[in-house]
Ligand binder design. Sequence first.
Ligand code: 13P
Length: 287
Amino acid sequence: MLVSAKEMLEKARDGKYAVGQFNINNLEWTKAILLTAEELKSPVILGVSEGAGKYMTGYKTVAAMVSAMIEELKITVPVALHLDHGSYEGCYKCIEAGFSSIMFDGSHYPIEENVEKTKELVAVCAEKGLSLEAEVGSIGGEEDGVVGMGECADPNECKMIADLGVTMLAAGIGNIHGKYPENWAGLSFETLEAVNNAVGNMPLVLHGGTGIPADMIKKAISLGVAKINVNTECQLSFAAATREYIEAGKDQQGKGFDPRKLLAPGTEAIKATVKEKMELFGSIGKA
Ligand code: 13P
């Protein structure tokens, strides 16, 4: 059964570890992440971007697939199905489709509009028992080949949004999606500390989990981060394993083409990536 991310994140915050959000794109990734979480007895959050939702033919398909997989694979650890960087409209679609957790990314709106829309969604999610993530201070990343540096959130704005009653808050602290550039300045712990002091006991979310050094991850967890998002690293390990398989000529055995075999090495690679992250985040055995 899908659960809200509230309880798992409050436990993580109190226990000084973080729950991983791993983004899904298809059946293979979803299965790999669920099986790894079950094997390691770790809570897990499956992230779905709006693009991935569209690719998988819509949020209803995703919710139905994930719910059925939890049942068929006999998954017992807590699993939240979470919309990643949702638009205002996307949030309502996922609520209707049966997601158990939503991120409303209003960071690109003026703060007043972000507050207004987040407030409305807090009420809707509370009524349905869903967890809600909000964002303040945009998270950088690659756009049209240009890598933008992550913006640092204003702690006062973070407090305004946190006080609305969201479950968790993503605050920009110099983190970016995708690979970090050579000249990346690192996470701003000064900002994280100020945000953490401003928002009280709220679980904080660290986006852009790919490529952040282990010591920075650990320090971020000690300063209130309870959820860490990982996407690019799964893409890279999946692609590398698939490429290696094809380059070794193993996809053509003279017996026809078997897509299940072709996708197997990548799926195993995702399992290894998820395991490595769960070890680093400290969530193993916490289900
Ligand atoms: P990465 O792609 O950098 O791992 O970031 C994932 C993320 O933050 C999704 O919201």
